[in-house]
Write a protein that binds this ligand. Structure first.
Ligand SMILES: O=C(O)[C@H](O)[C@@H](O)[C@H](O)[C@H](O)COP(=O)(O)O
Length: 223
């Protein structure tokens, strides 16, 4: 794992967006197309703001989330809503979106169809991940009902219910995250840095983020 420390989060977000954009360009040059997975939550908005204004062949890029809350797009908890407001504007509006949500009461009802749509775009060219202070990443939470399947199974997507998550989630598995060509984790603040350090000596069952750290670049700023 590589750890990059920044003077402030604003610089970090700009630098990270530039890096992701160059990695996407390199993938397009090599393969005529690229795929990108991004997190939801409160951290990545500013990366999306910068990324959305960067010129690249966005029409050759397929974008998906690392994980989604099982709520319709109109919900303020929808990560898709965040992407629509902050990423798919400006230049990046030309990208193709692969949703992890489809209308149904339970994620299990749509899992096969959603997984089938992702398959042609794997392995991912670039994945950007967040992390919670409880050491979850994507929606791979400690104590989740399908933790073992998400950490050790072969599936692309796993439907999850976890004590700390108010609604069911759907998440990319550790296998898919680890197969990505490039993996970045973005975290802010002393509490998350301490959690990341602690995670390195813990088992993925307790600290799921530790399952995807090998070969990843962690980007950190205090605030
Ligand atoms: O839907 C989500 O919540 C995310 O994709 C999740 O995995 C997030 O990255 C972490 O929970 C960190 O969240 P914050 O950035 O809000 O701290």
């Amino acid at each position: 794992m590589e750890f990059v420390e920044y003077a402030d989060s604003e610089m970090m977000m700009i630098d990270l967006a530039d890096r992701v954009a160059s990695e996407l360009r390199a993938a397009i040059t090599a393969d005529s197309r690229a795929s990108l997975a991004v997190p939801g939550g409160t951290t990545p908005g500013p990366v999306f703001d910068t990324l959305s204004a960067i010129r690249l062949d966005w029409d050759k890029v397929h974008v998906m989330l690392t994980d989604e809350r099982w709520v319709p797009e109109s919900s303020e908890r929808s990560n898709t809503g965040l992407l629509r407001r902050r990423l798919f504007t400006g230049e990046a509006a030309a990208a193709h979106y692969l949703p992890l949500y489809a209308e149904a009461e339970r994620p299990e009802e749509r899992l096969d169809a959603l997984q089938g749509a992702l398959a042609p775009h794997l392995p991912l060219s670039v994945v950007l991940l967040g992390m919670g202070a409880d050491m979850h990443t994507a929606s791979i939470f400690p104590g989740a009902d399908q933790l073992d399947a998400a950490l050790n199974g072969d599936a692309t997507l796993v439907a999850m219910r976890a004590p700390g998550a108010p609604e069911p989630r759907i998440t990319l598995s550790a296998k898919v995250l680890n197969e990505a060509m490039r993996r970045h984790i973005v975290i802010i603040g002393a509490e998350k840095r301490a959690a990341l350090e602690k995670a390195q000596s813990l088992d993925p069952q307790e600290a799921p983020v530790s399952a995807i750290l090998k070969g990843a670049t962690v980007h950190w700023a205090e605030g």
